[in-house]
Design a binder for this molecule. Structure first.
Ligand SMILES: [Zn+2]
Length: 183
């Protein structure tokens, strides 16, 4: 089902809502403003006084009241990591499905490399095995791209498989990393 992009009042992406969650936010009066063409109307209940059926028009991006969280830390998981790297092994460049890819630590964990966005890349099993406990320099396996930490706009794009045109327009304004985001 189509997801709704939630913003805080400052316009920072804060999560994806299900359509049902978005409708609840409208019903509670929490939606401060919306952006983008409304989705097909959703029918609510029959109103007792008027006998009319209420409809709620949900926009693809909504800014809601609520607690503003501190700096956003993009969670790291293989799904979003592989999407960041376009399902491509960053050593040999071969593209593969999720089951063919692994999370490789550029500076190996055994040598103090941490599990953070800037130190992990998608790698095919063969390259991961070949690189072993070495740095790219030691293994003579230069990286094809610099691993980056996605900002909130980039991360929310990477976290969803289906993004509406209005949502893409909004998020892509703040894409910072040098990457071909069309893929
Ligand atoms: Zn490879």
């Amino acid at each position: 089902m189509q997801a709704i992009l939630r913003l805080d009042l400052a316009g920072q992406p804060r999560g994806w809502l299900t359509l049902q969650e978005a409708i609840s936010a409208y019903a509670r009066g929490d939606v401060v403003y919306g952006i983008g063409d409304s989705l097909p109307p959703v029918f609510g209940g029959i109103q007792r006084l008027t006998g009319l059926r209420s409809t709620i028009e949900v926009q693809p991006i909504i800014a809601t009241e609520g607690r503003i969280f501190d700096a956003f830390t993009p969670p790291l998981c293989n799904r979003t990591l592989f999407r960041r790297d376009d399902h491509r092994c960053l050593y040999c460049g071969v593209q593969g499905s999720r089951s063919h890819l692994t999370r490789d630590h550029v500076l190996p964990a055994s040598r103090g490399g941490t599990d953070k966005w800037e130190n992990v890349v998608a790698a095919c099993k063969r390259c991961n095995w070949q690189k072993d406990n070495k740095t790219p320099e030691e293994a003579h396996m230069p990286l094809l791209a610099i691993p980056f930490r996605p900002n909130p706009f980039e991360w929310h794009f990477l976290a969803k498989d289906r993004v509406l045109a209005d949502q893409m327009d909004y998020l892509s304004q703040q894409f910072r990393a040098d990457r071909d985001w069309a893929h």
